[in-house]
Design a protein around this ligand. Sequence first.
Ligand code: NAP
Length: 482
Amino acid sequence: MKPLRLLNFAEGRWVEGLDHSDIRSALDGQVVAQTGSRGLDFGAMADYARKVGGPALRAMTFHERARMIKALAEAVMAQKEALYELNFQTGATRTDGWIDIEGGAGTLFAYASRGRRELPDDRLLIDGAPEMLSKAGGFIGQHVFTPLQGVAVHINAFNFPVWGMLEKLGPTLLAGVPAIVKPATATSYLAEACFRVMMDAGVLPPGALQLVVGSVGDLFDHLTCQDAVSFTGSAETAVKLQAHPVIAKDSVRFIAERDSLNATVLGPDAQPGTPEFDLFVKEIVREMTVKAGQKCTAIRRAFAPRPVLDAVQDALTARLAKVVVGDPREEGVTMGALVSLAQRRDVREKAARIAREARLVFGDLEKIEIKAGDPEAGAFFSPLLLRCDTPWEASEVHDVEAFGPVSTIMPYEDLADAVKLCNRGQGSLVMSLFTHDPEVARDVVLGAGAYHGRLLIADRDCAKESTGHGSPLPNLIHGGPG
Ligand code: NAP
């Protein structure tokens, strides 16, 4: 297929960048798209958002904005098949794409519905009851929310090019704030295609959305106290961006969702043979293989009582042996490729670091048998299960995120030990616990709640309806310390 030429959308126009970098398919290394943003006037883009997009959005009520968001979601759903075609080039299976594409549209639908159900058909949002400030009640205080009068800069990670963009746009647009979106380059052709669908829907006021496919140039130099940066990606990039002098000098709001060494715990009651044991095993394999483990919420560390660790290992390896890696367009393939050869090198290097403290009990760092596709030109990678029997003597297993199908099992001595080991990851997006004992659940929530953005407690009763460990839901807060 002829490479797509990606365009920026700046100051109300589609603009080609002056530079051209190639983006290659995860499946065969062929060039899928060319991208670049050199030549854009980033200061003018920020001004355009503030002067044109912001006033137009702020003139709308919450209900009007919610209806606009719903129309965007409908447009994405109407064009989903074209997006699924591009999704394969990122290495993702149809199921992975469903989470990204329909999950993204679903997130917009959820925000649209909350906007109409929970917010007023007004432009001002009352926050709580009036505060009585005088004896006779003639003088009161009232907290209210009004929209920021700047621009939201969304810098997104490569792994969910659609959902990652839409989960930020939903609340931003509902709040009446325009956005400049910068997708990660590796999968920007899918984000750009979805962005086009939203522009073509014809429901956004001018200036509400702009797109940068490539570097953000000197955009940060132009940010003000009315702007916000919402970043998703690696801790390394987050630290670099947050250190930009304008962020501190002008108090620019900076939100980062970044590396996360998510943990799961098998409760002491969940012995082999219980439904919770089986759910635990199933969930670890699901988290390792969905999106080839390239999920910020994926389980990286799994803790089980020391006496049952062998049984956990046996059950996991038996299940992992059934995973079929290969070209996701091929019937029967259950895990696709990593996003790029560069990502494969990175995962291999990180997994090798973890393997200095843990032994590999499933998979191969170098080799992979695939059902269809080219194992060299495609970024295919084996699921890797590691085992570390001395978790308190290890550091890499708790600190290094191998952003692929890589997970480490470890023993704990008692529940307090399990909680401390989970917290050893310095805060994560999500932690899960498999138990049928409410006392175990209570102890873990009290001990680990402060360190984790979300805690999923799973047992036989909720399993049928549970969305699982790794699904950030628009009804709940996504994020967490670290
Ligand atoms: P990354 O390399 O840090 O890149 C993230 C984003 O930052 C990309 O859009 C990237 O653009 C951009 N970027 C890089 N350097 C920049 C700079 N100097 N100025 C402005 N933008 C810059 O991360 P990634 O490899 O895409 O994503 C993987 C990571 O994301 C993992 O660590 C994962 O844990 C994390 N993640 C976290 C969450 C969460 O919700 N917490 C969700 C998904 C992923 P280019 O691609 O053009 O370089």
